[in-house]
Ligand binder design. Structure first.
Ligand SMILES: Nc1ncnc2c1ncn2[C@@H]1O[C@H](COP(=O)(O)OP(=O)(O)O)[C@@H](O)[C@H]1O
Ligand SMILES: [Mg+2]
Length: 275
């Protein structure tokens, strides 16, 4: 089966001649519907560069990004904004909310960019905020919301186009532990209930507990997938050696785990998001 989003041997070099920096070096990995892929690694290891390439913001120097099998990294620049808007939601460490607009107006602004008719924007914005547990906060300005609430407004805004993939770059780095947990749990719920795929870069050790796959980036190079990755995608390679058989058993174990960490099949119904 074709992966939802795949990086195939992707590299990014910045600069030219003798002063090039290889920020991402021959990275391959894939994420599927309902999965959360976590990328950990120290500052400067290439996490943001990799996320930008996955989200068609930055073009790889070599290698390919495939969205449902289509090589989006080979498309001309003029095609990329549409793909970004339709398929990706972006969440960053800084919330990037307009301080002079309420939570609802921040989300409405994004709906406007997606050409949602004016009369529908208010209801949709409130519904998106409600999905993020913020129905009581719709008319608050960012300055009177907690950091966690602001990040949840930013996530509501990232969901306006009902994207298949959320790219989250250190989404909890500005939050205290309780607010960070709430954001992770929310991303987990969206993955389980709506089949969204999440690729998240994070320093936060707790993030591991919410992820299906954990990768480490070191100087732009990605570590081999953790056993969980292979377990989550048993079709990814034939089972041959003993180690692989253990992975298959782990896959079975995951099937029986608590639904909070077990990805559920995708449903596109907006209703499914309701708590
Ligand atoms: N626009 C750029 N021009 C030149 N070098 C860059 C640019 N963006 C990032 N880098 C370099 O690429 C490497 C990876 O950066 P980045 O992807 O931001 O890593 P991380 O998100 O893990 O901190 C770093 O060495 C950084 O200095
Ligand atoms: Mg970064």
């Amino acid at each position: 089966m074709v992966a939802l989003l795949e990086a195939r041997n992707v590299s990014k070099r910045y600069g030219q001649g003798a002063v090039t920096v290889t920020a991402v070096d021959s990275v391959s990995f894939a994420v599927d519907r309902g999965q959360i892929a976590l990328i950990i690694g120290p500052s400067g290891s290439g996490k943001s560069t990799l996320l930008s390439m996955l989200g068609c913001i930055l073009r790889p120097t070599s290698g390919a990004i495939l969205l449902e099998g289509e090589e989006v990294s080979a498309l001309p620049d003029r095609d990329l904004p549409k793909i970004r808007r339709a398929s990706f939601g972006f969440v960053f460490q800084a919330f990037h909310l307009f301080p002079f607009l309420t939570a609802r107006e921040n989300v409405e602004t994004a709906l406007r960019l997606h050409h949602t008719p004016r009369q529908m924007r208010r209801t949709q914005a409130i519904e998106l905020l409600a999905r993020c547990g913020l129905e009581e906060r719709a008319n608050f300005y960012p300055g009177s919301l907690s950091g966690g609430e602001q990040q949840r407004v930013a996530i509501a805004r990232a969901l306006v186009a009902d994207p298949r993939i959320l790219l989250a770059d250190e989404p909890t780095a500005s939050l205290d532990s309780a607010n960070g947990d709430a954001v992770f749990a929310m991303l987990r719920r969206f993955a389980n209930e709506t089949g969204k795929a999440v690729v998240m870069a994070s320093h936060d050790p707790k993030a591991r507990g919410f992820a299906d796959q954990v990768y480490t980036l070191t100087d732009g190079r990605i570590s081999p997938a953790s056993p969980l990755t292979l377990a989550a995608r048993p079709s990814a390679r034939p089972i041959r050696d003993r180690r692989a058989v253990q992975f298959a058993t782990l896959a079975e174990a995951i099937e029986k785990l608590d639904p909070v960490i077990r990805p559920r099949p995708a449903t596109d119904s907006a209703q499914a998001l309701r708590p």
